[in-house]
Design a protein. Structure first.
Length: 278
């Protein structure tokens, strides 16, 4: 395990980065979702299936151990999100990394693609990924409970916020989240400043123009019981991306990598191997 900070190119935000696995293996960049942390991928960090790969993860700006500016402008400009990913790729000298984007980070990856394209990437795995937000189409592809709870995530009343986050986590997966993991996830959520949550949910972007022009190999992973980002978003993106693969997990919620780690890790390992042609 290696721990470091990398400074984002444009606004000098410090990003907390962690490395696992084989330092000379094919690189996989795991990116977490809204109000979570790099540690959500712990079932991947120590997987036998993935031990030969170089696994990198980081806390998004405003999350975990990364810097947390509270000004909305630090989260509303797509160039800043794009720069975060580009800075990590450049600083760590990652060659054709496979990017794995869970939930909200689907938007972050689209920001990167908008400004840097996909020519430096080896592949993308969208996992329960949100690629549009703040539009009518995005709302149709979002679960009613998520839309109901979203205002609570941004409440400055700590009790109301905690209740909203707990309800969200109760419905995050089809299986029951183990108590230690539940309280870890709750802690991640509540350490993200309210102002950051507000800014993240204020964004309005479609990204169909970006998704439909992807040329890099793409795997789309989604649970059929996801109540946050509906399966319809995965199917929509699958229809837009030529030769993309769609892997639907039965009786699985918003976090397939947590609920079905054995299958997820095996599929990811196969995808990475196929992308690198070995």
């Amino acid at each position: 395990m290696k721990r470091l900070f990398i400074t984002s190119k444009i606004d000098n935000i410090k990003l907390a980065v962690e490395e696992f696995g084989n330092p000379i293996g094919s690189p996989i960049l795991l990116i977490h979702g809204f109000a979570q942390s790099y540690w959500c991928w712990k079932k991947q960090f120590f997987s036998t299936c993935l031990k030969d790969f170089r696994i990198i993860s980081f806390d998004l700006r405003g999350h975990g151990r990364s810097e947390k500016p509270i000004e909305g402008k630090s989260y509303l400009d797509s160039r800043l999100w794009a720069s975060d990913i580009a800075s990590i790729i450049d600083n760590l000298k990652l060659t054709r990394p496979i990017i794995v984007a869970w939930s909200y980070s689907g938007l972050v990856v689209c920001d990167y693609l908008r400004h840097y394209g996909d020519t430096l990437l080896g592949g993308i795995n969208f996992v329960s990924a949100r690629t549009k937000i703040g539009t009518h189409a995005a709302k149709r592809m979002s679960g009613s409970l998520f839309l109901e709870l979203a205002p609570g995530f941004c409440s400055k009343n700590s009790k109301d916020r905690t209740i909203s986050v707990e309800r969200f986590l109760d419905n995050l997966t089809e299986c029951k989240i183990a108590d230690p993991d539940f309280y870890e996830m709750l802690g991640y959520n509540l350490t993200v400043p309210v102002e950051v949550c507000q800014a993240l949910l204020q964004r309005s972007v479609d990204n169909d123009d970006i998704v439909s022009n992807l040329k890099t190999p793409t795997l789309i992973t989604h649970g059929d019981k996801d109540t946050s980002v509906l399966l319809s978003m995965a199917k929509h993106n699958h229809s837009l991306i030529p030769e993309s693969q769609l892997s639907v997990y039965k009786e699985t919620g918003h976090a397939p990598f947590y609920e079905k780690p054995e299958r997820f890790n095996l599929e990811l390992a196969r995808f990475v191997t196929d992308c690198f042609g070995s």
